[in-house]
Design a protein around this ligand. Structure first.
Ligand code: ADP
Ligand code: MG
Length: 737
């Protein structure tokens, strides 16, 4: 069965002008009744239960998934030569007839060699296959085949040409060849499923099910953005026939790829637009008044003036608070830009109007620091501040829970402990979540549900590139604090190899002698926690010896008791400890302005973004700060990935620049472990390559939702169905009825 849509046959000798592409884009394809998205892949022809399991591992559950499982690269096996034109060296593809096939077995070496002689009008060639004796039945005399592979000279030289283990395909008169003689798609393989098998599968699915694929994009969007119909795009992505070069295919820059990427991005943005709308339509039950004097009194008590950026963001928050719909805002700003005080002023605004405000921080150390700051600034103004962490003793915990439930505690700071079931609020009006990237989306929701549709403010120092922010936080409004408080100097950073450890220590010592404080940070990951902890403990002992009696060295890690941690941190803050050896528990939030040096052990084991976060612990005052990256880099490793990452840090202090670099070097999946905080993976779209496309898709999606919030008109129903299929579960959209 021919599909309704004809693509011009690829003509290798002449150029096909690009207006053909426009013609395709304009044409529409009649719909059909089959539903590839409901058909489990197991029941597709040629699959069955065993292969279905393998396909599931690749995320392919339905026929639709399989159609979207596009090749990750392409090989040009299209240039057909006659056998007489061949010369040794290089890859070639030829067509011919099997003249004879000889199987030689060499039992002692467990070897079998099948020598197939292939001829055409111009000459002949030996195709040689090892240990595949069954191919004797494939290459029977007279069979027309196509082979593709490296050409070598045999024993008799140029007249005796060979191809060892070529890719081959038996030619049927009717079918166009699949595996050779064309631009051939290469698929990601999995154990038990080769690229060749996936190619055959794709061909079969396209032939049988493409007609049933409905176009998810509204016609207006498709026309405006000049996008191919989905069926053309899918077929072109698997078996390119349209003019275009191999590089464009391999970079995913063809009209077909653009179309598919757009659809993925568009559907996600559509889901986010709907979620945002549903949040906006909820009315809040607690009203916050901007007139209450508490916030103004706090502001007057601050030891500094807010920066312009802080003022602007605070203004945006207040506008949200004055609206009838709950705020849902992300405050993004590089480490040290002063997000805490902005959040505090928002909290004071809420408390001033008689609501409770909660602040959730990812670590105990950070929660304690916030509680200390708040108590210092707000208790004099008559506000009751409560702290609830996993380190809180059971007796205290019960008492604090009571305070929270009765409403006596007006500001509540905590860690994960805050989202436990037993914690009930009396009038929770504002939720602030610090360092959002450390929390999952679910946790954000749980805390949100504790209030009466409270205002939600999310703080992150994670310099998420705009494209990622649009996907991860696509339903939040974003404010950016884009300037540091006055007088800050960029942190000087340098790399030390392990051989330069002495120099690194001297550098530390000089700073401490000058009256400053220092952090020495060790990596700690769960898998190797014991070894990592030991390294940190030994590191602190070594430094104790090194500094002898000239400086006090402290140790801080996650395994210490809550009180002990607090005591150590307080001593460091008070300047009684000069050198704090720590694991990554100090990664986020910790604020000790007199600390001006940081030495990071095993810097090669950290992600770039994490290093930037860590480094953000210094450079918080007016003094020049420095950061040493001690790394195990093999000599002569110039240009290695590890060194390139570290050099990016030396070059820049700008979190956004570093994040973009990180994204480029590691790919979006690896970035900050984004998977866990919900950046989806795409099959075709690539957040780096397609950032412009993402912006367009977002605009189109948000416009569509504004015009047709229920996606009810006939031309929008396919989009709605496709969006729900993909995102309903993941984004818990119970909202489109
Ligand atoms: P982050 O945005 O990384 O959470 P913090 O809120 O911890 O940063 O602020 C970093 C430091 O800057 C703190 O010591 C804070 O008191 C100080 N700070 C914040 N705003 C200002 C300002 N406008 N002027 C001077 N110092 C400020
Ligand atoms: Mg902070």
């Amino acid at each position: 069965q021919k599909t309704a849509y004809e693509i011009p046959k690829r003509d290798w000798s002449s150029d096909v002008c690009s207006s053909d592409l426009d013609a395709w884009a304009q044409a529409s394809v009649p719909a059909s009744s089959a539903e590839p998205w409901t058909l489990p892949i197991q029941y597709a022809k040629g699959v069955g239960p065993k292969r279905a399991v393998l396909l599931e591992k690749m995320g392919v559950r339905t026929v639709e998934d399989a159609l979207w499982n596009v090749p990750w690269r392409y090989e040009d096996r299209s240039k057909l030569l006659s056998i007489g034109q061949l010369a040794p060296g290089g890859l070639a593809t030829v067509c011919g007839t099997v003249l004879r096939a000889r199987l030689n077995r060499i039992p002692r070496r467990h070897l079998s060699i099948l020598d197939v002689t292939i001829g055409d009008d111009s000459g002949s060639l030996h195709a040689v296959f090892f240990n595949q004796p069954y191919l004797e039945d494939v290459f029977t005399e007279g069979t027309r085949i196509m082979v593709s592979g490296p050409v070598t000279a045999g024993r008799k030289g140029w007249t005796d040409l060979r191809m060892e283990s070529p890719r081959y395909e038996v030619l049927d008169d009717e079918d166009a060849p699949l595996h050779v003689g064309r631009i051939v798609p290469i698929y990601h393989e999995t154990r038990g499923l080769t690229s060749r098998q996936l190619r055959t599968l794709a061909r079969g699915l396209l032939d049988r099910h493409l007609d049933g694929v409905a176009d998810a994009l509204p016609t207006a969007v498709r026309t405006r953005q000049r996008l191919l119909p989905v069926r053309v795009a899918l077929r072109e992505a698997h078996f390119p026939q349209a003019p275009g070069d191999l590089d464009a295919l391999n970079q995913g820059m063809t009209p077909a790829h653009r179309r598919l990427a757009f659809e993925e991005l568009f559907l996600l943005q559509l889901a986010l637009a709907l979620r945002q709308r549903s949040v906006q339509q909820e009315a809040k039950r607690l009203r916050i008044s901007l007139e209450a004097p508490l916030a103004a009194r706090l502001r007057a008590a601050l030891p500094f003036k807010l920066t312009q950026a802080q003022e602007r963001v605070l203004g945006e928050i207040q506008k949200d608070m004055a609206s009838v719909h709950p705020m849902n805002r992300l405050i993004q700003g590089d480490v040290g830009c002063g997000k805490t005080v902005v959040a505090l002023l928002a909290m004071a605004t809420a408390c001033g109007s008689g609501c409770q405000a909660a602040l959730m921080a990812p670590t105990e150390i950070l929660a304690e620091q916030h509680a200390r700051t708040m108590k210092q600034w707000l208790e004099p103004l008559g506000v009751t501040v409560a702290l609830l962490t996993s380190g809180t003793t059971p007796k205290m915990r019960t008492a604090i829970r009571k305070q929270i439930e009765s409403g006596e505690a007006q500001m509540v700071i905590g860690t994960h402990a805050l989202i436990q079931k037993q914690v009930k609020f009396s009038k929770l009006g504002l939720v602030v979540i610090d360092e959002q990237h450390k929390f999952g989306v679910m946790q954000r929701k749980t805390l949100q549900e504790k209030g009466y549709n409270p205002e939600v403010l999310v703080l992150t120092a994670t310099p998420i590139p705009r494209t990622l922010a649009m996907t991860a936080y696509g339903d939040l409004d974003v404010s950016v604090i884009d300037a540091l408080p006055p007088g800050r100097k960029p942190v000087r950073t340098r790399i030390f190899t392990n051989a330069e450890r002495e120099r690194a220590y001297e550098f530390l010592r000089d700073e401490v002698r000058a009256g400053h404080q220092a952090y020495v940070v060790y990596p700690l990951i769960e898998e190797s926690e014991k070894v990592d902890l030991k390294a940190a403990v030994e590191g602190s002992e070594r430094l104790q010896k090194y500094f002898a009696r000239t400086a006090a060295v402290g140790l801080l890690h996650g395994r210490m008791k809550g009180e002990e941690k607090e005591r150590t941190m307080a001593a460091f803050k008070a300047g009684e400890i000069q050198v704090l050896v720590s694991t990554t528990v100090i990664e986020v939030g910790v604020d000790v302005p007199n600390a001006t040096v940081m030495l990071i052990e095993h810097a090669e084991r950290f992600g770039l973004a994490q290093l930037h976060q860590l480094r953000g612990r210094v450079g918080r005052g007016a003094q020049q700060s420095s950061c040493g990256l001690l790394a195990e880099l093999p000599p002569g490793d110039e240009g290695s990935a590890a060194r390139r990452r570290l050099e990016a840090l030396v070059r820049s202090n700008d979190g956004f620049v570093i994040a973009e670099e990180d994204l480029r070097l590691r790919g979006p999946g690896e970035f900050f472990g984004v998977r866990q905080w919900g950046v989806p993976e795409f099959r075709v779209a690539n957040l780096i390559r397609d950032h412009a496309l993402l912006e367009t898709a977002r605009q189109e999606a948000f416009t569509l939702v504004r015009e047709d919030p229920r996606l009810a008109t006939p031309d929008h129903q396919a989009a709605r169905a496709a969006m729900l299929r993909k995102w309903e579960e993941k984004l818990s959209l119970g909202l489109v009825s």
